[in-house]
Unconditional design. Sequence first.
Length: 355
Amino acid sequence: MKEDLLKSKQHYEILDGLRGVAAIAVVSFHFMEIVYTPDKNFISHGFLAVDFFFCLSGFVIAYAYDNRIGNMGMKEFFLSRIIRLHPLVVLGTVLGLISFIWDPFMALPAAYGPGKLTLLFLCGILMIPYPVVAERWYNLFNLNAPSWSLFWEYVANIVYGLLLWKLSRRVLLLLLLIAAAVLCYVSYTVGNLLGGWSGETFWQGGARISYSFLAGMLVYRYQLVIKNKLGFIGLSILLLAALLMPATKWNWITELLAVVLYFPVLIMLGAGAGLHSAARGLCNFLGRLSYPLYMTHYMVMFAFANYYNKYKPDTPHLVMIVLAGLLALIGFAYLVMTVFDTPVRKYLTKLRNNS
């Protein structure tokens, strides 16, 4: 009985595939932003993939848990989310610590002895923001920068488990309108929606997930599904159109429109699109790969940044390095998925079911 209650619902396979496309775009963006200013970066809005993740997360959480969290209880809900998310939080922090200590292109700063490194590591695995490392641009999580978005995912999951699932659609819609107003204020005053990853921009992350998570929930609650024949390729092109749009002086408007309107509509289209059997395997693979890729890639970014600052390679060498690095990170993420993430989550799920 308990296993039936905790069993995951069937996935929206095209949305899984789009999550993988977005993860690859984020990795590409992180390579490019180290080398190029936004006006010269071909994927200057790749960071908006995080807002797509947030919106998709709201949709998936509502779809998976709205109708059963009352029976399973908050404890089992939180355990389910920890088992799903936290193994890679820990692994990403371990990899980040290794890359910090043994970066081949920068010696470990003398200020970081065993005590401080231990503190950085504990904050990383316990998801406690601690933006103190100047050499890593004061990221909220110094050893694994992408954990900043996972921190806000945890916050959203906690608020959902305690409150959001109980609220009516009207109340959620009111909260969405308030979140939209806050997001508009952030975008207008800052000039973009890039923030949330550093100590200085901490609360911008809260604004980003508040709107997108609620929007995703309401797409599910109102059953806003748009039937279409765009398929995985067509929807991937639409997603990439937002991430590849050029940087302009109107970023605060274009980014806001992408987050407030465009991404929720993409979720509606993804939930209603038909999937050709030939693309099903690819979507499943990309969906499974997306989280390991997102949570393990930044150890390379820190080293790449130090390499670039030290050697200033020319464009042909950069192209080869970035392409090779992207392929290597995808391969490494697949290894992590098969050797670590999937087996660990299966083991923890078995322990939970037998308790």
